[in-house]
Design a protein around this ligand. Structure first.
Ligand code: COA
Length: 454
């Protein structure tokens, strides 16, 4: 066998090991750390951290299974970050000329075939255990084996890859433990669920894309996901450890931690809310919205639109009061065709359901589409909100009891049509989540209404 960098890395592992680490030792160390039969445990791992293991990754997987079976469940992240939007790749980036080919040709995610990316040798061995389940998410899948495996893995929604409809949330419900086997909190995926649950400023989302099988057809599917950011996870983990919430010990030569998922979340959510609301997080880079005064040029030939969202609030006030992640306009559904004629078909993405973006096929836009995103070559530039009107009356689609006359949909202000500020207020206060930016805009609207001295 030739000598290569990998062998040199392994010889470093051998050198630091006074003796081979065995299944029996790993099992005994895991028990000392607190892992017990019947536990449901999510494991993040590094093989080399354990010292030189007789039997390598297979020995570690066997020890982990022996520790929790027969009634327990072993879970590992099997993420495949190579099935993402190539425009976002950094490590390494690929030339722009590759992007379309990657999107068109990369085989669809297949839980049986798709390799993991950066998850480690132990995970790859675990995936080969007969009877392991792997979830359906193209980039954030998890694999599980044991009593609760199906319950944890069976439902994994695309747009909520690390949120409430993911195996992470099921693990919390099952009072699962997390084992960081020779790795730190930078690898602790559960903290992404904490991000989903925490309320902090600049909690932007971004557009992601993956090759998937949809109705037996391979498609490049675009969807929205939270701008996950693990930059502060190590600091968070340090504070969690300092608070004494985890058990730390050796497994082989590794420094490992065992903790409860639920306890981590209870610590992490307020931690993120405190530290991320100090104004030091990056903003959503995926949007580069067109500025309101550029809209007449962009929508040349179509005039039945009004400015909506946060930009309309700033226009009303007469100054820019915050950075806007997007620019919205509102139009009537009956004007949709004329509006979309301003763009080429491939610029148009339909917001199909919670965060799922579907490229427009040029056909009739379904009635359940209420929002459309427009993109240019590099960025998302405009959001179009669609209003439905019957008998000159518009109903608020989230609660049909609220209605207003068509003639009240917009107002004219400083040379621009603006969505009626009362309607903007309604949308802002009645969204799925009241974000800090919405609170900001509502405050401005209240101030504006009081200035009218009605
Ligand atoms: C990236 C990561 C997997 C790298 O860890 P690692 O120990 O260097 O790599 P692996 O676990 O894949 O183990 C393979 C290494 O073990 C070493 N090795 C080989 N045989 C071995 C043996 N018998 N005993 C011990 N180590 C051995 C080798 O150095 C090998 O590296 P090489 O193939 O480059 O030579 C790890 O740092 C990590 O981040 N793990 C967590 C991943 C995760 O859960 N992420 C979720 C994020 S959301």
């Amino acid at each position: 066998m030739g000598y290569n960098a990998s062998m040199s890395k392994q010889s470093t592992v051998v050198e630091k090991s006074p003796h081979p680490i065995t299944v029996a030792q790993i099992l005994s160390d895991l028990k000392k750390l607190g892992l017990a039969a019947g536990d449901t445990v999510l494991v993040h791992s590094s093989l080399s951290s354990l010292g030189w293991v007789a039997g390598g990754e297979q020995a570690v997987v066997e020890a982990l299974l022996q520790a929790v079976l027969p009634s327990g469940t072993l879970v590992m992240p099997t993420h495949s970050s190579h099935l993402t939007e190539p425009r976002l790749w950094q490590n390494p980036p690929v030339p722009e000329s590759f992007w379309e080919i990657i999107r068109a040709e990369t085989p669809a995610y297949n839980p049986y075939l798709t390799p993991t990316c950066g998850m480690g040798a132990i995970v790859n061995c675990f995936l080969r255990v007969p009877g392991v389940f792997r979830s359906s998410h193209p980039t954030h899948s998890f694999a599980a084996f044991g009593d609760k495996a199906a319950q944890i893995i069976s439902s994994h929604s695309l747009e909520d890859g690390m949120g409430e409809n993911s195996p992470l949330a099921r693990l919390v419900e099952l009072n699962a433990k997390i084992l960081l086997l020779g790795v730190g909190f930078e690898s602790c995926t559960m903290l992404h669920l904490a991000e989903v649950r925490a309320n902090y400023s600049d909690k932007g989302s971004m557009l992601q894309g993956s090759p998937m099988m949809v109705d037996k057809q391979r498609l490049w599917v675009e969807y929205r996901e939270l701008n996950y950011n693990s930059d502060d996870f190590v600091n968070l983990g340090d504070d969690f450890l300092a608070a004494g919430h985890a058990k730390t010990g050796s497994v082989g030569l590794s420094k490992s931690h065992l903790l409860y998922a639920d306890q981590l979340l209870r610590f992490a959510i307020p931690w993120l809310e405190k530290h991320r609301n100090q104004g030091d997080m990056g903003s959503d880079l995926m949007w580069n919205p067109v500025q309101p005064d550029q809209l007449p040029q962009l929508l040349k030939g179509f005039s039945d639109w009004c400015l909506a969202g946060g930009c309309s609030v700033d226009w009303l006030i007469g100054k820019t009061t915050r950075t806007h992640a997007d620019t919205d306009i509102a139009i009537m559904r009956s004007d949709l065709r004329s509006c979309l004629a301003c763009f080429s078909q491939d610029q148009v993405l339909l917001c199909a359901k919670k965060g799922l973006l579907v490229p427009w096929q040029g056909t009739q836009i379904p009635e359940d589409i209420h929002s459309i995103w427009i993109r240019d070559q590099q960025n998302y530039i405009l959001q179009i909100l669609i209003f439905d009107c019957h008998d000159d009356t518009i109903s608020y689609r989230r609660d049909k009891r609220i209605r207003w006359p068509l003639a009240s949909l917009w107002i004219e202000h400083r040379g621009m049509r603006l969505l009626n500020p009362g309607i903007t207020m309604l949308f802002k206060l009645h969204g799925r989540e009241l974000l800090p930016k919405d609170c900001h805009d509502v405050g401005l609207l209240v101030e504006y209404f009081s200035s009218l001295k009605l």
